[in-house]
Design a protein around this ligand. Structure first.
Ligand SMILES: Cc1cc2nc3c(=O)[nH]c(=O)nc-3n(C[C@H](O)[C@H](O)[C@H](O)COP(=O)(O)O)c2cc1C
Length: 449
C-alpha cells in the first residue's frame, strides 16, 4: 500500500526555495527549510566515566550526513549540553568548559559539521542547560532561577533545584560561550540558545519559575539578564560571521510566564543582542504543546501561528522561524507571508528527504501518520527517535501512515517501557524503542514503501 500524505492545495513552492540572508552574521541559508532540533540519543555514553559521554558517534554523524544531502537550508542539531551530568537526555552531545579544542571529541564535532555542510546546508548547534528539567535519575540536584522543583511527570522524577548563585550563573554563561567558541572552531555555522520548552533560559524568562529578588528576577528586563549576558559573551568569543539564534516559546508570550506587553521588550532585546533568528515554538515538560489537543489548534496546521502574529511585527532585523505542525506546502508557503523560515522536526525523521522532495515537486506534503499519533507527544517523540535510529542503520524509516506498522511499533514501545521499568533507574538503559518487525527492519534506506 502506498504511503498516505496530507492533502495540500497545489501551490508554487518557489518561495520555499528562496535564499535567506541573516542580517548580523551575513550567512546565507540556501532555502527556507529549517530542520528543527530533535534529541537523537546517538552520542557516546558511559555511566561511570563522564569524559566518555557526549561525543558524536559515527551513527550520529551519519544521520547528519543524510540530512546534509537532502536540501535543508538550515539543520539544527538536537540538544548539546554544557555539563557532563546536567543533560536533557542521555545520549545528547556534550561540550563543557573543560573540553579542549582538540582531541577525539573535537574531531567528532568537526566531522559532524563537515558532513552536514557538504551540500551547502548551514549547520547550527542547539545548546542547552536543563535546569530544573534535569531527570533525577541522572543527578539528584540541579540549579534553576528559583528553588521550585519540577513536579513528577509521565513517571519521571526531577532533580531538586537550588536558586542559582552568582558563581553558578557565571559557570552557565561560560558554558554556553565556551560551547559556542568550540563549535565555531569545529566548523559549525552557528549556535542556537535553547530558550524554549521550559529549560534553564526559559526558567529565567518566565516569572512562574523565576521568583528571584536580585537583578536576574522581577521585571522582564531583569528576567532577560541571563540570556543577554550569555549572548554577549558568546558574541565576544566567536567570529563575526557565526550565527547566533534562540528558540523561545510563542505561547508564553500570550498566556502565562511572559505577558503580551512584555513580548515587545523581549523582541527588542533579541534584536539589540543581534540574534540572527528567533525560532518560535511551544510547550515544556509540564505541558508539552507540540501536539495540541485543542480543536481550534488542530484545525490550524501550524500550532502556534496565532500567537506568532502578535510577535512578528516586533522583529524586523532578526529573522523569524516557526516550528510545530507544518505538513503541507500550501500552509508553509502561506506562513512565509509573515515568517522567514519553516521549522520541521518529526517529518524530517520520517522523511529525511522531505525538503528535497518538496522543492523538486515530487511531493506536496508530508506523510500523514495514522490518527492519534501526532497529538500523542510521547508516542510521536518515540517514533521519531526510533526512525532516526533506523536511518543510521541503513533502514527506511517505518511508515507512520501504515496501520500495521504502527501497531507493531506500539507493541515494541510497550516492551521498551517494560525494560525501562525493569532497569529501575539504571543509566545503562537508554535509547528509543527497538523495532522488531522484519518487514520494517529489512526495508533498505532510500527505497520508498
Ligand atoms: C524526538 C524528538 C526530539 C526533540 N528534541 C528537541 C530538542 O532537542 N530541542 C528542541 O528545541 N526541540 C526538540 N524537539 C521538538 C521539535 O524541535 C519541535 O519543536 C516539535 O517536534 C514540533 O515540531 P514538528 O510538529 O515539526 O515535529 C524534539 C522533538 C522530537 C519529536
Amino acid at each position: 500500500m502506498p504511503v498516505r500524505r496530507y492533502d495540500s492545495a497545489v501551490v508554487d513552492v518557489a518561495p520555499l526555495g528562496q535564499p535567506l540572508k541573516f542580517e548580523f552574521s551575513g550567512k546565507v541559508a540556501k532555502n527556507r527549510f529549517y530542520k528543527a532540533s530533535m534529541a537523537e540519543d546517538l552520542a557516546s555514553w558511559s555511566v561511570e566515566n563522564f569524559e566518555e559521554r557526549g561525543i558524536p558517534t559515527k551513527e550520529l554523524i551519519e544521520l547528519y550526513r543524510i540530512w546534509g544531502e537532502n536540501e535543508w537550508g538550515i539543520i539544527a542539531t538536537g540538544n548539546i549540553d554544557i555539563e557532563f551530568d546536567m543533560l536533557d537526555l542521555v545520549g545528547d552531545g556534550i561540550i563543557t568548559p573543560e573540553c579542549p579544542f582538540s582531541g577525539p571529541r573535537f574531531e567528532a564535532f568537526q566531522e559532524m559539521a563537515k558532513v552536514s555542510k557538504a551540500n551547502g546546508s548551514l549547520i547550527v548547534a542547539q545548546v542547552t542547560h536543563p535546569g530544573r528539567q534535569l531527570a533525577a535519575r541522572i543527578r539528584k540536584d540541579t540549579i534553576s532561577a528559583s528553588a521550585i522543583q519540577h513536579p513528577p511527570k509521565n513517571g519521571a522524577e526531577y532533580a531538586r533545584p537550588r536558586e542559582a548563585t552568582k558563581e553558578d550563573i557565571a559557570r552557565v554563561i561560560d558554558g554556553f560561550a565556551h560551547a559556542a567558541e568550540y563549535l565555531d572552531k569545529a566548523g559549525f555555522d552557528g549556535i542556537q540558545l535553547h530558550g524554549a520548552h521550559g529549560y534553564l533560559i526559559a526558567q529565567f524568562l518566565s516569572e512562574l519559575s523565576n521568583q528571584r529578588t536580585d537583578e536576574y528576577g522581577g521585571s522582564i528586563s531583569s528576567r532577560l539578564r541571563l540570556v543577554s549576558e550569555i549572548a554577549r559573551e558568546v558574541k565576544r568569543r566567536v567570529r563575526p560571521d557565526f550565527i547566533v539564534g534562540i528558540k523561545v516559546n510563542s505561547v508564553e508570550f500570550q498566556e502565562k510566564g511572559i505577558k503580551p506587553a512584555e513580548a515587545r521588550i523581549m523582541c527588542e532585546t533579541f534584536q539589540e543582542l543581534e540574534f540572527d533568528y528567533v525560532e518560535l515554538s511551544g510547550g515544556n515538560h509540564e505541558e508539552i504543546g507540540y501536539g495540541s489537543k485543542k480543536e481550534t489548534t488542530l484545525k490550524r496546521e501550524a500550532y502556534f501561528l496565532e500567537f506568532v502574529r502578535d510577535i512578528v511585527p516586533h522583529l524586523s532585523r532578526t529573522k523569524k522561524f516557526l516550528t510545530g505542525g507544518f505538513r503541507t506546502t500550501a500552509a508553509m508557503v502561506d506562513a512565509l507571508a509573515i515568517l522567514d523560515g519553516i521549522g520541521i522536526a518529526r517529518p524530517a525523521a520520517q522523511e529525511p528527504r522531505l525538503a528535497r522532495d518538496i522543492l523538486s515537486g515530487k511531493v506536496t506534503s508530508a506523510i500523514r501518520p495514522v490518527d492519534g499519533i501526532v497529538n500523542d507527544v510521547m508516542l510521536s517523540a518515540n517514533t521519531a527517535g526510533s526512525q532516526m535510529a533506523q536511518i543510521v542503520r541503513g533502514q527506511e524509516p517505518f511508515d507512520l501512515s501504515d496501520e500495521k506498522a504502527v501497531e507493531s511499533y506500539k507493541a515494541d514501545l510497550g516492551t521498551h517501557f517494560q525494560k525501562f521499568a525493569a532497569a529501575n533507574g539504571s543509566l545503562e538503559f537508554h535509547g528509543f524503542p527497538e523495532l522488531s518487525s522484519p518487514n520494517i527492519t529489512s526495508h533498505p534506506y532510500g527505497v520508498p514503501y
